[in-house]
Ligand binder design. Structure first.
Ligand code: SD4
Length: 335
């Protein structure tokens, strides 16, 4: 009897101790999770100014989707940026054709490809997502839709881009060069140029992403890269995280790169390891090509942890949260 009573008493003590330690664990978990939301990250040095614009929405408690659209519109409108938006370098026939896509926390997505005459392809992509039953519009159909939605039709080829194109025409040699956009950037421009891919998590923990580009400089007319292709240039799964890519789009498409990165994070790879594995797949399929081109991936998981990996050195990404608005990180690389 005595023993039984003592046992009951002891059990009660250990049960309340267990409850206490459970509540301590719960408390410590809630204090570290979510770590630092909201947060926005994006590719390359010009990601800093784009993130700052996105942050204006996020810090007010706004939606990640609105933040990424507003953020990437900054490089799209920048007259000194020759790889995104209105001042993008043209294709080999002199047409500026733009690619962009956007994806929200519900798995909705919209995209435009090879679209001419419109400065903000990301906003057209958003309207494709929100106002049509489709995911992707291309070429003239995309421009027509944009005009119907009230976008202004503009001539996008700037004098600087035209000059660079004329210069290129002298040899008209097309071979993707590592960070080709950086090599073609105009004197006086202070940014390191390339596609912008942006991923944000808002205060509610919802993830969205956007990706926008003028594509590879002096491409074949009609060429579409990875950037407007959901799963290649961008992918978001609100349960897992998001990923985006930059570099030679053909290799990203072949590996459905951003979808792969998100799926690897689902299998509990860290964002950086997932990006590294996706880069390694590119090498595995085309080892010789991989040595001569650039591809970079950037990813964030549901907890707001982020990471990146590239084939070649020179890839950077920008991070913005309540701690710091202008953090620039050098991406790790294989070569
Ligand atoms: C494309 N991925 O069109 C884009 C462009 C880019 O370095 O990121 N270039 O293939």
């Amino acid at each position: 009897m005595y023993n039984r009573r003592k046992f009951i008493k002891l059990s009660a003590v250990s049960a309340s101790l267990a409850a206490l330690s459970r509540s301590a664990v719960a408390k410590s978990l809630s204090s570290i999770s979510p770590p630092n939301l909201p947060i926005v990250i994006s590719t390359w040095d010009f990601g800093i100014i784009a993130n700052k614009e996105a942050w204006k929405t996020l810090e007010k408690g706004g939606r990640a989707l609105d933040a990424v659209e507003a953020g990437v519109k900054i490089p799209e409108a920048d007259p000194n940026n020759h790889t995104v938006g209105r001042a993008g370098y043209p294709d080999r026939d002199g047409h500026v054709t733009l690619d962009a896509c956007i994806m929200d926390e519900f798995g909705n997505c919209g995209s435009v490809a090879a679209m001419e005459y419109i400065t903000h392809p990301i906003s057209v992509a958003r309207l494709v997502m929100e106002k049509t039953p489709h995911v992707m519009l291309v070429g003239e159909g995309a421009t027509q839709f944009a005009v119907e939605q009230g976008f202004k039709k503009e001539k996008l080829l700037t004098p600087e881009s035209k000059k660079a194109w004329k210069e290129w025409l002298k040899t008209a040699k097309y071979s993707p060069v590592i960070n080709i956009e950086n090599k073609h950037h105009m004197p006086g421009s202070k940014y390191n140029h390339d596609t912008i891919g942006m991923l944000a998590i808002d205060a509610k923990g919802n993830i969205s992403g956007a990706c926008t580009t003028s594509g590879m400089a002096f491409k074949l007319h009609g060429r579409v890269g990875d950037s407007p292709i959901i799963g290649a240039g961008l992918y978001v799964d609100n349960e897992v995280g998001g990923a985006t890519s930059t570099g030679v789009g053909e290799e990203v498409i072949r590996n459905v790169g951003s979808f792969l990165v998100v799926e690897l994070m689902r299998q509990s790879y860290s964002p950086e390891d997932a990006c590294k594995e996706a880069v390694k797949r590119i090498i595995k399929k085309k080892p010789e090509t991989a040595k001569q081109i650039q591809v970079g991936f950037l990813a964030i998981n549901k907890r707001g942890e982020y990471g990146a990996y590239a084939l070649q050195s020179g890839f950077s990404f920008a991070v913005c949260n309540s701690d710091k608005q202008d953090l620039l990180i050098k991406g790790k690389s294989i070569y």
